[in-house]
Design a protein around this ligand. Sequence first.
Ligand SMILES: Cc1cc2nc3c(=O)[nH]c(=O)nc-3n(C[C@H](O)[C@H](O)[C@H](O)COP(=O)(O)OP(=O)(O)OC[C@H]3O[C@@H](n4cnc5c(N)ncnc54)[C@H](O)[C@@H]3O)c2cc1C
Length: 478
Amino acid sequence: MTGCKSDKGSAAMTTSRRDFLLGSGAAGLGCGCARRPRVEPGAKVVIVGAGFAGIGAARALRKAGYATEIVEARDRIGGRAWTKETTPAPVDLGASWLHSGAKNALAGLARESGLAFNISDYNNVDVFGLSGSMVEKKPITQVYEELDIADRFKSQLFWPYLRWRLGGGASGRSIGDVWEEAVAGEVDALSGEAYRMILETQYAVPLHEEAMESLFLGGEQLPNHEWFMTGGMQTFADYLAKDLQVRLSTHVREIEWSRGAARIVTNNGEIEAAAVVLTVSAGLLKRQAIRLTPGLPADARAALDRLGMGLLNKIALSYPSVSWPVDSEYFVLAGGELPAIIANHPVYSGAPVLLGLTGGATSRRLETMSDEEAAARLHRDFERALGLKLPEPDGAAVTRWASDPLAGGSYSHRKPGARLDEGDILARPVDDTLFLAGEAIVSDDDAGNVSGAYRSGQRAAAQIAGLSAPKKRNAILV
Ligand SMILES: Cc1cc2nc3c(=O)[nH]c(=O)nc-3n(C[C@H](O)[C@H](O)[C@H](O)COP(=O)(O)OP(=O)(O)OC[C@H]3O[C@@H](n4cnc5c(N)ncnc54)[C@H](O)[C@@H]3O)c2cc1C
């Protein structure tokens, strides 16, 4: 080692459209110093998981001259990027957007892939209140104005923020606590409910389960810069993995290691390697779905305890043709039978598909419904909101990411009491042999994203190879 203290980048202030999001503790990918490789160059490195983290790690390691193999339990690449092929356009049942568009770490590679993407406008949203017999409608821009969210949150958060920054501890409070003090009861009911739904879709948990500190991470989702990957996020993953060696349908049951040697036990035999990059979700790490011998260090286990798995589910309704208006990009349906945010797919792809997103408590309820029930509820809510009679959907896909044994939820979140350094703690190499990566192994606002996952994989590769990984989050990656 040559004097690098940690893999932490410098803290950076960011601004966002909701400027209550005050700053970010950046994880960075590396400190930029030259280091000795932790694993002998040319040695075999096994990567568990062919999601964005695994692909990011494998591409960088391959470039650095390591013999890499990805071992994936599913029969496909992409993990939580899962594209359903429909006519005339694919539909994503996992990740859809490259957040912050051109500023996203994967933007350059997305352009290189030649896949279609469209720029979303988060201001072009109609909000509907479906409680009771009346239907109330307002544009999202009015909701933002009425709520004046930024000022309310900021005034509530300033002192706790300062105390937290100075003390380095955690407040133990949730966004829900702050929400109740600052917003609930003081604003128009529909605007409050719509905004709560948006936050619960972003954090994928009820607001009482999300650490107040998460608000300081940034979460920069710019209204006119989000890239909707019309060409399919899994298709993008396939493109990135096209030259990689991937063993599909191979379920890892156990990893046994000592410094410099690992034995990976799968349903299909054993593999030996000099190091392992483990990219399964935080949910699977928490429930020890893969037996690790020896187990993770105590600080890593404590950091995992401070994280949870959020749940965002999707319902894709396909119709014989588009028989609804396509001037709005999104519809927020608050109340009704199945509160959801609907992406108006034909706006981007021309496909006659309504793509519903549900986060938090509604998402949990959805996992217990049949496909037919979920589809019928969303269809009826949409008809009621728009005042239309539509033909019945001719197809529906409903996700249940919490019940998926290879995901264990949609993406990580921070429980009240989290300190925001959990990703960096989990990213510390274990005996220079076990390296964790994945969307949760990130301590900045890119946690939970495909780009964060990819960057974390590249950070693990940089640790292994002694490379200096890009410091800037939007630097062009391998
Ligand atoms: C509904 C939904 C919407 C989302 N929307 C967005 C979005 O718009 N934009 C965005 O940036 N992000 C979004 N995300 C989050 C994003 O999909 C994830 O952060 C990202 O895909 C995680 O990548 P990963 O490589 O860390 O994990 P994964 O993609 O989960 O990869 C891990 C891989 O490990 C495999 N695996 C698990 N157990 C084993 C085992 N025992 N043996 C072998 N293999 C195993 C899994 O099958 C999986 O392929 C969304 C997620 C969901 C669910």
